[in-house]
Unconditional design. Sequence first.
Lengths: 160, 835
Amino acid sequence: MQNKTTFIVAGLLLVAAVIYLIVSSTGSTAQFFVTVAELQAMGEEAMQRNITVSGAVLGETIVYDALAPRVIFTVVNVPADTKEIEQRGGLAQVLHDAVEDPNGPRLVVVYDSVKPDLLQNEAQAIVRGKMGADGRFYADELLLKCPSRYEEEVPAQAGD
Amino acid sequence: MVGEIGTLLIGLSLAVALYAAFAAWRGIQLSIVPASTAQGKTCGLNTLLQSAQNATYALAALLGAALLMLLLAFLTDHFEISYVAQHSSTVIPVYLKISAVWAGQEGSLLLWCFLQALFAALATGNASERARPLVPWATVFLSLITAFFVAVTLFLSQPFTLLPRPPLDGRGLNPLLRHPGMIFHPPALYVGYVGLAIPFAFAMAALITRQIKEWTAAIRTWTLVAWLGLGLGLLLGMRWAYDVLGWGGYWGWDPVENAGLLPWFTATALLHGAVMQEEKRGFHVWNMLMVTFSFVLVLFGTFATRSGMIQSVHAYAVSDLGGYFLSAIAVTLAGALILLYSRRAVLKTSSSTAESLLSRDGMFFVTLALFTALTVSVLVGSLLPTLTEALAGQRFEAGPAWFDRVTGPQFAVLVLVIGLCPLLGRGVAALKRLRQLRWVVIGGAVVVPVIAALVGFTGGISLIGFAISGFAGAATLAEFVDGVVTRRKRTKEAPLNALWHLLRLQRRKYGGYLVHLGVILMALGIIGTRMYPFEAQTTVSVGEATTVGDYTLIFEELKSDFVADYSTTWANVSVYRGSTYLTTLQPRLNRYTGTKQTITVPAMHPDFREDLYLILSGWTSDGTIATFKVVVNALVNFLWLGGLIFLAGGALALWPRMENRTWNAVALIVGLVLLFGAGWAMWGIPHGSVSYGGGRPLVGQSAPDFRLSLLDGETVSLASLRGQVTVVNFWATWCPSCVEEMPDLQAAWEAYSNRNVTFLGVAYQDDAATVRDAMAEYGTTYAVGLDTGDRIAEQYGITGIPETFIVGPDGRVAYVHVGPITAAALSAQLDVLLK
């Protein structure tokens, strides 16, 4: 009987340790995930914490200084809710619409690193970093997704 | 035609899969008849079950044929098929056309279906005598699972969809996927995914028929196959990321990576639980849960990576598969758990017999608990945005730092358990071996961190990690030594011979320990790369030296060329540690003309302690200034080496008991060739590293001596010019920028000829007559000689000309210039030296 107790105590200790690790890490290293519109609504608070923001890349705004190296580009607000994305015709359509929309909330992103291969018009950019006092977003990390562009573009055939 | 046949084959497969499930189910029903009528029905029952078995074979054959049709379509450029047009083109090599078959969702799902059907046919057809009673129900479940995937392929993700107007050429394969690892990475992972369906189907069959003992016999091999496939797939994926993605890392805790890791965790737990179950030491409930979670996690991974629910860098199209997979997950999970609950009485009769936590059984319990904890942790991390939104209304996201922090301590405890396990016997003998081996394991726990500290890894937490690894490594190695010693006492064999027989005769035991050794080595690599990250960016002009960490890098030149469907630009960068020349690295950037994609190709210099990993980021249009990203990955080669040992151990444990000696030998040779091939691919081929002789001597080093035969017939040696300032200019008449600098050199020579200065022109890969003509044309009056056989150029690490060295009176290099030099620059240097 005593042994069974040891096992239960060991199991409970493990559960407690894992819960502690998850909760404390979420407090210290997890990042706030927002849309461009939500980020702009945050105001001052946005400058104090680690934030992940996602948006559609505006192709013509990409400026790359290969020597710094530094990429500056603008992203347009896209909704974060998967259901809403589905309703609007899928991620590719939402990204396309965002780039075409002149009134969508925009955010200038500064990324001090090499320009990634996938950074192009209508790509979905997921950037992690902090808001700067100058209203630009300073990214430490940049993830890019081109959901369907590559697959859709089959070259036009001859005589078409 | 190919397209129509392919579609037809997939359609037929769906019908056959459904028939197999129905026939097996009906066969089972007919077999449960009152004893009085059994005689008459047995015939019918056997025919139906036999028919179901035949249908599973037919299913595998049909899907195999469909996959072959797709392969054929790729090999013969059938661009009227949309999938082929999207992922292939006429110019890509054959091996890439093969890997393009599973480069996209449609093809990969077809491969999945085929493997699922093949494994189902093998598992039900070759079931051992004891597992045979479970086969009918397992056939029902496996056929339904295959039918689900075939239906998804047929109705939602058809690989044979035709284009109304076929293009002349395809889009070509995504450049990111053009890596040999990509041929094997997806199939290996799918072997893992579909393999996990087998123990699951047999588990459900065992629960329904209440034959838990029979289940034990059926699961181990297939769990091992699946587990090894997942492990291989994950390792190949890591290496692919390291070689191709050009960010310097190998694991980013990306949701798609996690989707492969999660079922691997539960499969590992299941593998350990299965050992306990085989030894009749309980663990039934654990194993049932693990096998269910493994299969559900496979479905979840497929769902998560294709539904767009989780943000990921893996470029799978967001598709409408999500809903169907979510329903499948819900049905599977609910069905399995209800079934499990209803059979709790059967499972409980065989509950755990573990006496104490500090025993072998206790450690297996801890292992299973740890893997469960890891699974939950990674799952929570992957779902954190969704979870926090539901709980707190705010979306939080888990980055690599979150995962490292949460899983790091758990992995550390896991390695500790790997070390403890062999030290603990069963029951009362528990602590005896620990007492025997205490000095060995304490030694390991001390020596490894001391060595690590001596080579510069002095961080406190990492030293704890090294100590745990050292402890576990010593304990595991002691098992091998012990086995050899015991065997030699009996057989008097040579040590290596004894080890060979040990590995051959106790494959499962020593295969398992080899896997543990691999994991311990990988732990060293993970500690090194995660706790000592080094990354820097540097912008340099041609010929300029820059110091990054322990390395001195000299940017020599920028070159470019056109290859097949892309243009490539690369930089030659000489790498020195201190003043010792190591190698010349050639990081590249390829631009694909068709897709307008750019791909960075990193160059690396692997070393026991660390990899120097260099990426070309950008350059000015005239090519004189370039930016590099420099990453130093500490101990990363322990990770790759550990991975190889891990795979070798897994293969050893899986090795079938074959009677035929020839086949055994052939299989052994194939296995060894594959392992050495993988090793060669990682360390044998250069990875953008080229060696040029001894490299260029740096400023301050003594200039290599040489004898130069001058055009006027005399010979001059550099040593004889000691005490003078010597200007050594490497040039050629065929090199425009060399000819361009000739007047400047002559002007400088005329200005300094009455001082303590000698000019030597070294003509590189040239002939005497043209050199004489050029000298006459430009009025060159300083001494010029031919560098026969490029001997001198080699001594000076010349990769291109012109290059100019100024050697001081002390015989040391005082100045190096790459590219055409001006009279002004020469005067400035000479004035300083002659002062």
